[in-house]
Design a protein around this ligand. Structure first.
Ligand code: APR
Length: 240
């Protein structure tokens, strides 16, 4: 239950990327130890890869699913739950893990899908939770077609993009955490904020990122910075 009434609460939209889950043990994509250093995107994360070699694609996501199940939400995810006491929080995540959900955040929109779900390879609207870690060729949708991971691959449309744009368009604060902002259309969301919206970016590489000069850059990791930021936000906005 919110402590303060919705009316006085600011709307904070949090755009998260792989970096927020790094301290939970999940690898990011770019950078020296990134997933895309060890795998070619074209081999595992495109519709063409699925048609060419679905076994390799399934294996890639099965391993990531197992890693995700073992991972626990970190102090960064938990701080965003705490923030709900003080603000109207909307999380838009590029992550396919379920760490925001398991931390307990309420409003979460996944832009790139969810690894704990499968979808029909023929009818994308048929979506199912995955029991266990493995999705194999033997798993079929109710209409008899193979199940594939419920993730958005390169070259595919991002079905939740319009919803994300409308969420961002009346934000008071946009908090961007742990994303290199290199993947579109997700990265375009930062240009959808209304004028007057405060824009803050938290990332250990924040100072090397090329965003406009009005952005407040906070150099540091999500698990370290977010709890401090949330506490300061509470003190500044709700001091008694
Ligand atoms: N806390 C916060 N940020 C961190 C941390 C951390 N502990 N560790 C790393 N980062 C930052 C990196 O500095 C980098 O800016 O997280 C960012 C991760 O960037 P990417 O690996 O590019 O991940 P992301 O931006 O989420 O990628 C977007 O690309 O391949 C796809 O679909 C995949 O959703 C993904 C999309």
């Amino acid at each position: 239950m919110a402590i303060f009434s919705e009316i006085q609460m600011k709307k904070i939209v949090v755009l998260t990327g792989a970096g927020i889950s790094a301290e939970s043990g999940l690898r990011t994509f770019r950078g020296t130890d990134g997933l895309w250093e060890g795998h070619r995107v074209e081999d595992v994360a495109t519709p063409e890869a699925w048609h060419r070699d679905s076994v390799t694609v399934q294996r890639f996501y099965n391993l990531r699913r197992a890693a995700c199940r073992q991972a626990q939400p970190n102090a960064g995810h938990l701080a965003l739950v705490e923030l709900e006491k003080y603000a109207n929080v909307h999380i838009i995540t590029q992550n396919i893990d379920d760490l925001h959900e398991r931390a307990g955040s309420k409003n979460i929109l996944h832009l790139h899908g969810e690894i704990m779900k499968a979808q029909s390879s023929r009818y994308p609207d048929l979506v199912y939770p995955i029991e266990g870690d493995e999705l194999t060729e033997s798993h079929k949708c109710e209409r008899g077609y193979a199940l594939r991971p419920h993730v958005v691959w390169f070259g595919e449309p991002v079905p939740n993009m319009e919803k994300a744009i409308s969420i961002v368009q009346d934000a008071d604060i946009l908090l961007v955490v742990g994303t290199s902002l290199q993947v579109y259309p997700a990265a375009n969301l930062i240009y959808e904020v209304p004028s007057g919206c405060k824009f803050i970016l938290i990332d250990p590489n924040a100072n090397q990122m090329h965003v406009n000069s009005a952005v407040e850059l906070i150099d540091g990791t999500a698990a370290k910075i977010l709890p401090i930021w949330v506490q300061q936000f509470a003190e500044q906005n709700f001091a008694t």
